[in-house]
Design a protein around this ligand. Structure first.
Ligand code: K2U
Ligand code: ZN
Length: 177
């Protein structure tokens, strides 16, 4: 297992729709393992393959936050939302590709998702609460969408300009070291 670098917005790969996974082979399983390790290390509660530069439809999640609850690492291959509740919920979202920026995002409070597990079996589950927010946030990533696409263009522009400066400073910092 190894940590993968997380791409920072703006990056064209974060705006590109990912391709469906064909074969579930050893390299996909290694990518899923590395994504889980990278997610826990960040720390985060979800991660999508495009965030580590792999434009395939693969996401990982573990939204268990209680210390006394067993972690529930999930790997979803080719996830699809098959139902959304009429009821919506608001959550202050962040993103590992847009560090230190948060905004309230309104999404359906519950969703049903169909996917393929790493063992090739078909899965379908309903998610609510933070799991519902997270799985929608991750599937957005697979379609090149970011949580800042759900806020005003003015705020999205401000965040993008700040991220461009952060990336310039980081690049300069490496040169200066
Ligand atoms: O996709 C990502 O960047 C991972 C996000 C997923 C996420 C964002 C907002 C709401 C739910 C999930 C990271 O986990 S951001 C870190 C984080 C940690 C705990 C709660 C919310 C966000
Ligand atoms: Zn994100």
């Amino acid at each position: 297992m190894s940590l993968r670098p997380i791409l920072l917005h703006p990056d064209p790969r974060l705006r590109t729709a990912a391709r469906p996974v064909g074969a579930i082979d050893d390299s996909l399983r290694r990518l899923a393992d590395d994504m889980l390790e990278t997610m826990y290390d960040a720390p985060g509660i979800g991660l999508a393959a495009p965030q580590v530069g792999q434009l395939v439809r693969l996401i990982v999640m573990d939204c268990v936050k209680a210390e006394d609850e067993a972690p529930r690492p999930m790997v979803l291959v080719n996830p699809e939302i098959t139902w959304t509740s009429d009821e919506t919920g608001v959550y202050e979202e962040g993103c590992l590709s847009i560090p230190e920026h948060y905004a309230e995002v309104t999404r359906p409070a519950e969703v049903a998702v169909r996917w393929t597990a790493l063992d090739g079996s078909a899965q379908e589950e309903r998610f609510a609460g933070l799991w519902a927010t997270c799985v929608q946030h991750e599937i957005d990533h697979l379609d090149g969408r970011l949580f800042i696409d759900h806020i005003s263009a003015v705020r999205r522009g401000m965040i993008t300009r700040k991220m461009e400066k952060l990336k310039r400073d980081r690049a300069r910092g490496i040169e200066r070291a």
